[in-house]
Design a protein around this ligand. Structure first.
Ligand code: PHE
Length: 340
């Protein structure tokens, strides 16, 4: 009888491992463990034929068999449940399908140009400060030595707000704001948006980005300006590029100069991309006007300084040989992505 138990255990282990449906499992379970007529019950019914002293041992043996048989059923039930889940999932998802890599963005060339400008100024110990885009007439014009009736106010094509405030036409108003906040010496970079009432075309935008460089202290000269701007241009465009200063006029600097950089295409000999000039205009610069220093509470007898204002779009266009400023803001993916 003990052999019968062993045979049943082995048979159940083999059959439960081979079956494939819950119905097969249920049928087998009833035929083996069913209370009435189940094969285990039948074997156990024979206990009465055993001599008395063997009955207890047989009973214990039968219980062990029952546990083993049940565990065979339990693992078959688990196996069927897993297979069921997997086939349900396969109806909706193909978990073996190769995943697509997420698409990488790229940093816009305007931002990259600004980052390069910032890292250059930082390496020279300059502080980066930001100013308001909605500015007062006082800081945008008066403090910059441009009085109310001065014609250059018109040249600036200003957007005025109903409140009488305006959208700053340059980053220069931060010169006085920053100097009022900090006693000399001062060395700052002011990047930001500026606004002008210009019609949009390949070279003009009504909003663009400038950055103002300003250094004021004892004994600061035009030579410092030339050295700084020359280094900046080489940092931005490459070591072979030259800079040139042309006499110019700004209300807030004296003397004033226009900064040019040698054309990267023809290296100064003149070509189509520089209009035959050999040079590209970068922006304005000069020695801070004594009136401006005085508006900021700096004594012009003790302190001198230089300032310049360059366009970030302009630099990005020149660096990448792009001929239309509108491409920078249209956000065409094909355009933006080519500068990864
Ligand atoms: N603010 C001038 C402009 O926007 C540029 C400039 C800045 C000139 C500082 C001289 C000194 O055109």
């Amino acid at each position: 009888m003990t052999d019968q138990l062993k045979d049943l255990e082995d048979e159940v282990a083999a059959r439960t491992a081979a079956l494939n449906t819950q119905a097969e499992l249920d049928a087998l379970y009833t035929s083996v463990l069913g209370r009435k007529g189940g094969r285990l019950s039948q074997i156990m019914a024979g206990v009465g034929k055993l001599p008395k002293e063997e009955r207890a041992e047989f009973g214990q043996r039968a219980n062990e068999s029952k546990l083993r048989i049940e565990s065979s059923f339990a693992s078959a039930a688990l196996r069927l449940r897993d297979a069921g889940l997997r086939s349900e999932l396969a109806k909706t998802y193909d978990v073996t399908f190769p995943a697509t890599a997420p698409k990488r963005g790229s940093i816009h060339i305007l931002r990259r140009t600004l980052n390069d400008v910032v890292s250059f100024f930082r390496s020279r110990g300059f502080a980066v400060v930001l100013g308001p885009e909605v500015e007062s007439e006082y800081y945008n014009f008066e403090a910059m030595n441009i009085p109310a009736d001065h014609p250059s106010r018109e040249a600036m094509d200003t957007f005025y707000l109903p409140s009488g405030a305006l959208l700053r036409t340059h980053t220069s108003p931060m010169q006085v704001r920053a100097m009022l906040q900090h006693p000399p010496p001062i060395a700052i970079l002011v990047p930001g948006k500026v606004y002008r009432r210009d019609a949009l075309d390949a070279r003009h935008a009504f909003m663009f980005h400038q950055f103002e460089g300003l250094q004021v202290g004892r004994g600061v000269t035009f030579a410092h300006l030339k050295g700084f701007v020359g280094d900046l241009c080489r940092h931005l465009y490459g070591p072979e590029r030259r800079t040139r200063f042309r006499p110019s006029y700004f209300q807030f600097t004296e003397p004033s100069a226009e900064v040019d950089v040698s054309c990267g295409v023809c290296a100064g000999s003149g070509c189509r991309s520089c209009g035959g000039a050999g040079w590209l205009e970068m922006g304005g610069s000069g020695m801070v006007h004594p009136h401006v220093l005085r508006s900021a509470g700096y004594d012009p007898e003790l302190y001198t300084g230089w300032a310049f204002g360059l366009g970030i779009e302009r630099i990005a266009l020149v660096r990448h040989n792009i001929d239309d400023i509108r491409l920078l803001t249209e956000n065409q993916p094909a355009f933006v992505e080519q500068f990864q």
